[in-house]
Design a protein around this ligand. Sequence first.
Ligand SMILES: Nc1ncnc2c1ncn2[C@@H]1O[C@H](COP(=O)(O)OP(=O)(O)O)[C@@H](O)[C@H]1O
Ligand SMILES: [Mg+2]
Length: 602
Amino acid sequence: MKPIDDLKPVASYVRKFWKPFSLGTLTLAFTNLFDVLTPFALMKAIDAIANRDMTALTRAVGLYLLFMAGAVSFRHQWRVHFGRFHHSVAEDLRNRLFQKYTSLGPRFFEKNPTGELMSLMINDVNTFRMGVGPGLLILMDGILLIAFIVPFMISISWEWTWKSLVLIPLIPFVIRFMEDRIGRVSRKNQNDLAALSGYTQELVTGIRVVKGFSQEENRQQRHREFSQVYADSSNLLARYDAFFEPALQIGVAAGSVILLAWGSKDVLSGAVTLGTFVAFHEYIKRMIWPMAALGSGFSMLSQARSSYDRMANVFQTNPEVQGEGSRTISKIDSIEVKNLSYTYPDSQLPALSGLNFTLKAGQRLGIIGPVGSGKSTLVHLLTRIREVPRGTVFVNGPTATDIRDLDVQAWRMLLAVTPQEAFLFSQTIENNLLFGRDHREADLPHDDALAVADAVRIRQEVERLPLAFRAWLGEKGVNLSGGQRQRMTMARSLAQIAEGHPATRAQLVILDDSLSAVDTKTERELLDYLKTDDTKSPVTMIVISHRVPAVRDCDLIMVLNNGEIEFLGRHDDALKNSETYKNLCALQSESTDPRNTEGAST
Ligand SMILES: Nc1ncnc2c1ncn2[C@@H]1O[C@H](COP(=O)(O)OP(=O)(O)O)[C@@H](O)[C@H]1O
Ligand SMILES: [Mg+2]
């Protein structure tokens, strides 16, 4: 009825977990066989009663018990095996999705709302599981039962069989008709749910903003609308679903009536025994479930398929950074940027155009420029969070290696980056600080955490907390102040240059506007601390800031404006030659006074 292709994911999972699947199918077949045999024993028993034959009756009752016992114990078995099958499928899908999520870059997450990605992981995985588990199971159950029952019926009477089952061949057409509609409604239903959870997720993350703007009522109203849409499509789905069983039952119930009309006169005439008549009626009743099962099974499979389609979209997304390079370097001597331009994939205007500069080991590059001038974009490209164009960034001078040829992960290990957004994990402070280390290690070196906390002037604040370094941070570090969060993320990246870092020690520190929420005094202390690393060699660093004091002492100051380098050189020259720099200095003249601590939001 449907192209075989559509069932490919189901088939591949059956192959992958063939063991529990075949055990489940086998035990299911035995269950059905015993189930179909019981009316046969019933027939023998009734006929024995009619003939007043006690030995035959005892034998028939014995058989009946045996068949029942067989059916019961095999039924338990197939439930166990099938459970193992479909839960393994769900586990596998979840892992595949998570692996895919972690392999994809920011571009993917900008396009797909968090709520939808969560819904995929939870709802769609579950819908698929229900399809390949219970759905496929009842489908096979139905087919097997029909295959077992019909021969028994025919063996009793061919005429009764075709007369009572005459409406059955209509059923596949009904199913096909319903299935198409259910698939469509189900897809809409899943999308509505994803939208609803996305909206809820946004409330959870943005609750402070919502309250700050007194938008609770509006948000609730909008949520009710999302909720209503989802409820409506769920209702529609339920209504379609509800059609199945009654429609099928009508067909089979009609069979019973036909049997009573035709069959009873054969019994009265003595052509067949009463036991046979009762057994036949049992078989007709037993046809109800398989017919309904066919319907529901197909519908569950079709819902599973639409869920799989949504997951397949994700599976087929390629990471923006493909990581085709495999070279590794152990030391950064220089970074050369040649004519680097970059335009975001969905954007018209370039975010960066024609950047040229060289940064040597031990040098400090300060980047300053207005909001939106491309500072963070440059960081994303250098760290290859976004894919940098080939032939624009080279490491280690004359032998110049394109960073595109480097192994991405090995390259990032050489960088200690503090991103602009201070994101922390719901973990202990200590584990957050040492995030770059192997988190599966039970004992993280406590002293290292202390050292970096010292470095970013946060140790005393941490020690004032009830559990100090073992204190648990709320989601995204919500129980910290903005400035604390910022210093915490800075400490986390500085741990990468600390002595004793187990893997490669980072060689280039990048601070992307990491000091915006600390006061000028702390800023100065931090930058002074960062002049040399533990081994007293100068730290190579890129400091990004929109504040002059953070960059004025740098070996090289880059003034970015509109994605272009307006000026590259030292402070004194910048004051003379860069309009933007001059203006920034004038605007911030008060905050360049070291005694001034304005600008702190801690
Ligand atoms: N994910 C994105 N997609 C499209 N455009 C972006 C994205 N991120 C930033 N931009 C644009 O690129 C320009 C530079 O942004 P950014 O590098 O973040 O500036 P800065 O860090 O200097 O404030 C801005 O015009 C911004 O609108
Ligand atoms: Mg920025």
